[in-house]
Design a protein around this ligand. Structure first.
Ligand SMILES: Cc1cc2nc3c(=O)[nH]c(=O)nc-3n(C[C@H](O)[C@H](O)[C@H](O)COP(=O)(O)OP(=O)(O)OC[C@H]3O[C@@H](n4cnc5c(N)ncnc54)[C@H](O)[C@@H]3O)c2cc1C
Length: 306
């Protein structure tokens, strides 16, 4: 494999892309649309099924009162194709850099002067019966995205860390006075149980087993049989980063694992850009798009060798 990489790394002309963009969500798609419109030789590698694809209705994107995430992807892919961006529907397994970058999928190895990583994150979803039936319509994982949809609803905030306590107070103050907090095993710090009571936030402790309701959410049932009535859930069980294929690169990271980037989203490895929630932790369509555009503009400038 190393021998092959060394040979491939010296490849010239048609074998080398100006830029390979990994991940075809809003961040990667916005980047390839810019690169395509610069007439750059760009390759998008995407396995499909990211967070945007799972968002049933996005309502905070300028000019769209409501748009399904899938529609954003579909429109973005068509726009990228119209500018001759090559698209490979595969999973990237490794990125290496010698003189140039080599990006490996299960089926192929590609070479490029620059790489943009836009592979996003994945929600950790606890094993709760029926969760998928309600995901993104009444089981939410992001206050920035979906907090507004909980206005006036009977809301259960669910999680297993202090962050969920904080979210419960925030939801109570911003959106609804019908909030309960379900903590799996986390004990709130001293004094918080009383503060929750004062705010009218009921506290339950236990492991959620299933969500009940046909079409409309009615309750969470805990393993011990306790029934917690609710119309919506704001859950916070964390996320994983889709960046295992970068493990050979030793990129500089913050203490929480985010990849450190500069003002144009270039990582500590020259030529490798990282856009979207892998760098900031903020997972928003508008932010990913803006970062994808900024990275592509910088790469285009650097590709001029005069
Ligand atoms: C339920 C839900 C609701 C949301 N609501 C909103 C909202 O209202 N407003 C808002 O702004 N944002 C919302 N978001 C978040 C929004 O979807 C993210 O901001 C956005 O996904 C970030 O874009 P991205 O391009 O970084 O990543 P993603 O959209 O996650 O795209 C990453 C892409 O990379 C691909 N990929 C991952 N690993 C690999 C690999 N190894 N090889 C090849 N491809 C790979 C994935 O399959 C995916 O296609 C929501 C998310 C969810 C889940």
């Amino acid at each position: 494999m190393d021998d092959d990489n060394q040979k491939d790394d010296t490849a010239k002309g048609d074998d080398v892309f100006d830029c390979i963009v990994i991940g075809g969500g809003p961040g990667g798609l916005q980047a390839v649309v810019y690169l395509g419109r610069y007439n750059r030789k760009a390759l998008l590698i995407d396995r499909g099924g990211g967070r945007t694809a799972h968002a049933k209705s996005i309502e905070n994107l300028l000019t769209h009162a409501s748009i399904p995430g899938r529609k954003i992807i579909e429109l973005g892919m068509a726009q990228a194709r119209s500018f001759n961006v090559r698209i490979d529907r595969s999973t990237v397994t490794a990125v290496r850099k010698q003189q140039r970058f080599t990006v490996t999928t299960r089926e192929a190895a590609y070479h490029a002067e620059y790489v943009i990583v836009a592979t996003g994150i994945a929600d950790i979803l606890p094993p709760i019966e029926n969760l998928h039936q309600f995901f993104s319509t009444s089981y939410f994982t992001c206050v920035d995205c979906d907090g507004y949809k909980t206005r006036g609803k009977k809301l259960a905030v669910m999680g297993d860390a202090f962050e969920s306590v904080r979210i419960a107070f925030a939801m109570r103050r911003l959106y609804t006075d019908q909030v309960v907090l379900v903590l799996v095993s986390y004990e709130p710090p001293a004094g918080y149980a009383e503060e929750l009571r004062e705010e009218g936030i009921g506290l339950y402790q236990g492991t959620p087993a299933r969500i009940t309701g046909a079409g409309r959410m009615e309750a969470i049932e805990l393993v011990d049989g306790t029934r917690v009535p609710c119309e919506m859930i704001m859950a916070n069980f964390g996320f994983t980063r889709n960046d295992g294929f970068l493990k050979d690169l030793d990129l500089k990271r913050a203490a929480n694992g985010s990849i450190i980037v500069n003002h144009v989203y270039e990582s500590s490895l020259s030529g490798l850009f990282v856009v979207g929630p892998l760098n900031t932790g903020n997972d928003q369509v508008a932010i990913a798009m803006g970062q994808g555009a900024a990275a592509a503009i910088d790469i285009n400038k650097r590709l001029f060798d005069f």
